[in-house]
Design a protein around this ligand. Structure first.
Ligand SMILES: [Zn+2]
Length: 479
């Protein structure tokens, strides 16, 4: 098939020698290099400053040309193209479909990636409900998008994202010391940033990654590749039960170090423990656990309001983000609502019972001028689920405090319909106060709603772990 990639436009530094050997070998041996023929953009000669990054992304079908023979390196990149490149890199679901943005048609080429990235919290739209797919991307927007896509911790500001990229050698400041956050970027530049984020060998600073996560190979022989797709060249292999060190993930792939090799392996063939015991495997009982997520209010019931936002929207989005995390696990996740629709309190309870829920988590935002997070359970001595409800509440509360670092309003007994009338362990989390500026700033932020979703997810895992289920392997989902 597409061989000779070792000498192709991989990540070799000695590109001059590679090119030289390429020119010499081909006429002598008459070898056809189909890989290169497939990705030969007339407007990106080998001498182009971004050639090796563009061809690297093209090799994994992460970047495609504006036509089969031209990449359009000098064209400005727009928001639809930018998210499509990232979506392909992270192997998000790119199937064209309806989105949560009113200006993105379901038939538009990027609709699938836009919706998947929105669900993952990688991108946000504008406050008027639009995504503006054809708007050109600034360096600042690019920095935020890449930081979110690759899970860099930053303080949700443009300068924080710029620093996250600069410290990793993905971007450099401009000559005058600024980042040029409002400058538009070209497709070539965007390809360079993205290639550097994916593969540290392209970065302008060395030793930017920490191979801190020990993993063990769970398959006879695991291929190491130059990129996070099966289409990338194989550079080596690791045998079963060998230890590798993982630095970070790109979608389902891990960037690992093994001996002198650094490259990508598919993460589904790695386990988190040295022994091939069930410690790296998920408890089979988990697949039978039904968790109902219950975003409060909806439709004609907006819930609490503050600073122009509605509780019903904030908690729905948080619920959807939580579902998204669970969707990568064997848990069965159901939602009382996944759209902006009204459901009565009794309707929520009867739904949970009808699907055989084992765990019920209601998500709300508080009001009344306070600040902080709190989680409720219902304490009635005749209810056999009190201890478990309280345990689940304490685990979610603890993760919420860790995530948002708002005041701890505690784990409380609350007489709320949905946790009182349910027949399974049930809790109600109040993320923060929608009518208090500090809390509202977090509730309205896509970034912090993602953090809340992770907290609910992790708190639920903590609960199952405390109940004796083997769930260690599921913590990585929230990384
Ligand atoms: Zn509420």
């Amino acid at each position: 098939m597409e061989k000779n990639k070792k000498g192709g436009r991989g990540v070799k530094k000695s590109s001059f020698l590679v090119l030289l050997s390429f020119l010499l070998v081909i006429p002598l041996l008459g070898v056809k290099n189909t890989a290169q023929a497939a990705t030969n953009f007339a407007d990106v000669p080998t001498s182009h400053r971004a050639a090796k990054e563009i061809y690297y992304l093209a090799e994994g079908d992460i970047a495609k040309g504006v036509s089969p023979s031209s990449f359009g390196p000098n064209k400005k990149v727009n928001r639809a193209e930018a998210v499509t490149f990232i979506g392909r890199a992270l192997q998000l679901n790119g199937t064209k479909r309806a989105t949560s943005f009113k200006d993105v048609d379901p038939g538009m080429f990027a609709s699938g990636y836009i919706q998947s990235a929105a669900q993952k919290g990688i991108l946000t739209g504008y406050s008027d409900g639009t995504y503006r797919p054809y708007k050109e991307v600034t360096r600042g927007e690019m920095a935020i998008m890449i930081s979110r896509a690759f899970g860099y911790s930053f303080n949700n500001t443009t300068s924080g994202a710029a620093n996250a990229l600069i410290s990793r050698g993905i971007a450099q400041g401009k000559g005058d010391g600024s980042f040029g956050a409002s400058d538009l970027i070209t497709r070539a530049d965007y390809a360079v940033f993205l290639a550097r984020a994916i593969n540290p060998k392209f970065r302008v600073v060395s030793n930017t990654v920490d191979f801190k996560n020990a993993r063990w190979v769970n398959v006879d022989s695991l291929n190491i590749r130059t990129g996070p797709k099966d289409s990338y060249a194989k550079i080596g292999a690791v045998k079963q039960n060998q230890q590798v060190l993982s630095a970070f993930k790109v979608g389902a792939w891990d960037y690992i170090k093994y001996g002198s090799f650094e490259g990508f392996v598919h993460g589904s063939y790695l386990r988190t423990t040295a022994e091939a015991t069930n410690a790296g495997n998920v408890d089979p009982r988990i697949a039978k656990q039904v968790i109902v997520l219950d975003p409060g209010h909806g439709g004609s019931d907006p819930g609490a309001t503050g600073f122009g936002i509605y509780e019903k929207n904030v908690v729905l989005d948080t619920g959807l983000k939580t579902r998204n995390l669970f969707s990568e696990t064997p848990f069965q996740i159901k939602m009382t609502r996944s759209t902006d629709t009204y459901i009565s309190l009794s309707g929520r309870v009867s739904y949970a019972k009808s699907v055989g829920a084992n765990t019920f988590i209601s998500i709300h935002a508080n009001a009344g001028g306070g600040t902080g997070s709190e989680t409720y359970y219902y304490s009635a001595y005749q209810n056999p689920n009190v201890a478990d409800s309280k345990l689940l509440a304490s685990k979610i509360q603890s993760r919420m405090l860790n995530a948002w670092k708002l005041a701890n309003r505690g784990v409380k007994n609350g007489n709320f319909h949905v946790i009182r009338e349910n027949t399974m362990p049930a809790v109600l989390v109040e993320l923060g106060f929608i009518d208090t500026k500090k809390d509202n700033d977090m509730l309205r932020s896509d970034y912090w709603r993602n953090a809340a979703a992770k907290a609910i997810y992790l708190g639920t895992l903590d609960y199952y772990k405390a109940k004796g289920y083997q769930v260690d392997a599921l913590y990585d989902v929230a990384k």
